[in-house]
Write a protein that binds this ligand. Structure first.
Ligand code: GN1
Ligand code: MG
Length: 367
């Protein structure tokens, strides 16, 4: 089926004139549906990767719940211009939230948010503050939605114990004969795993509450307007029950990195403390009222955990022979692993400074 034919299965207004590939996600494929009629909106068509998201029905039910909740909150708060600030599922012509094509692919359509800008890196503290404020508000808006209403779109997604056991399995199987190339990376991972399991252990003990979390709070999952004010948080596939640490942590991983996620030169990679402070300030300014003391006290561990766990995931995929992430070249997962583990190491070295930054922002007005 052509993309045009697939697009015609949805209840869109106007006439779709042009279909353009859109965005750079590692998992789904996205297309911008440009409306030929100027008074009708554009749309975003996505093919859902159902090898990664095994239960598309559950996934779409989660997204429907979350987008409806957010829209209701925005309406109640008198937020203007909601169609640029919230995602909405555009149903199929027969009222479903997704379409399954004859080849077994799953498709869905959202409103397309016009005039947005995306960033792959935060070079500017004001941008880091604003992006963090957006993710924090997202968590806050969902704080009254019972996480028990949502299913796990990827079970164990941010469970480091599980990620470590997958790594162990791939090391034992060594299907691509790559273990010999990553001895140093494996030994760092093994030596730091204990510290990195802090949040996992707090969760097991019930010391931190389950919440509805986004779970993919990368800087490129916030759309900004041209004045660099946050518009909308996107990529809701991994919204599911979690801990606030997941959103804080993945934000720190992507907003504070002075290098790229897959920087060829790990020397470029470090955790920028000014950006850290801005990110933490934006996140706490929008969540301070809903978080408890233990959550705030332990956020610092999240900033280490996320680069570390991302490194573990890239390393596992490298050893497994690149079966999960889209890669641009054979060593891509290795390059990504090294960059992420470098960031985790740098985070470890700066942990006490980061703890003070968070403490100052969370517990006093001394900002
Ligand atoms: C994947 O597809 P994308 O780029 O939104 C991944 C995230 C990783 C990220 C690394 C479902 O996200 O967990 O953090 O790559 N999503 C899934 O950039 O595995
Ligand atoms: Mg994602």
């Amino acid at each position: 089926m052509t993309i045009e034919k697939i697009a015609s299965k949805f209840n869109t207004a106007g006439t779709i004139g042009e279909v353009k590939p859109h965005g750079g996600g590692h998992i789904n494929d996205s297309y911008h549906l440009v409306n030929a009629e100027t008074d009708s909106p554009d749309y975003l068509l996505q093919r859902i990767n159902h090898y990664v998201f095994r239960d598309v029905d559950l996934l779409m039910k989660n997204i429907a719940r979350v987008t409806e909740h957010i829209t209701t909150q925005m309406l109640a708060g008198g937020v203007p211009d909601i169609s640029r600030r919230a995602l909405a599922i555009i149903p199929t012509t027969d009222g479903q939230s997704y379409f399954k094509d004859p080849d077994g692919n799953f498709w869905r359509v959202f409103n397309f948010i016009p005039d947005h800008v995306v960033f792959e890196m935060a070079t500017d503290p004001a941008l880091a503050y604003e992006g963090a404020r957006m993710f924090g508000s997202f968590t806050s808006m969902l704080s009254e939605l019972d996480p028990a209403h949502l299913g796990d779109t990827i079970p164990n997604f941010h469970n480091l114990k599980w990620r470590m056991s997958n790594l162990k399995k791939s090391i034992q199987e060594d299907p691509a004969d790559r273990v010999k190339l990553v001895r140093d990376e494996i030994s760092y991972v093994e030596s730091s795993a204990g510290l990195m399991l802090t949040i996992h252990d707090l969760g097991e003990k019930g010391s931190i509450p389950r919440r509805v979390t986004h779970n993919d709070t990368k800087i490129n999952n916030v759309l900004f307007d041209r004045d660099l004010k946050g518009l909308c948080v996107i990529d809701l596939d991994t919204v599911m029950p979690g801990y606030v640490h997941y959103d804080f942590g993945d934000g720190i991983r992507t907003f504070t990195n002075t290098g790229e996620e897959d920087d060829e030169d790990p020397g470029n990679v470090s955790m920028d403390l000014e950006l850290y402070r801005s990110f933490a300030a934006g996140f706490l300014d929008s969540t301070r009222d809903i978080l408890n003391r233990t959550e705030m006290d332990t956020l610092v561990y999240a900033g280490l955990l996320f680069p570390f766990m991302q490194g573990v995931r890239f390393l596992t995929d490298y050893i497994a022979g690149d079966v999960y992430y889209k890669t641009k070249h054979p060593e891509h997962n290795l390059v990504r692993t090294r960059a992420q583990l470098k960031l985790a190491q740098d985070g470890e070295a700066k942990m006490e400074t980061c703890r003070k930054i968070i403490h100052g922002l969370a517990f006093s007005d001394n900002r």
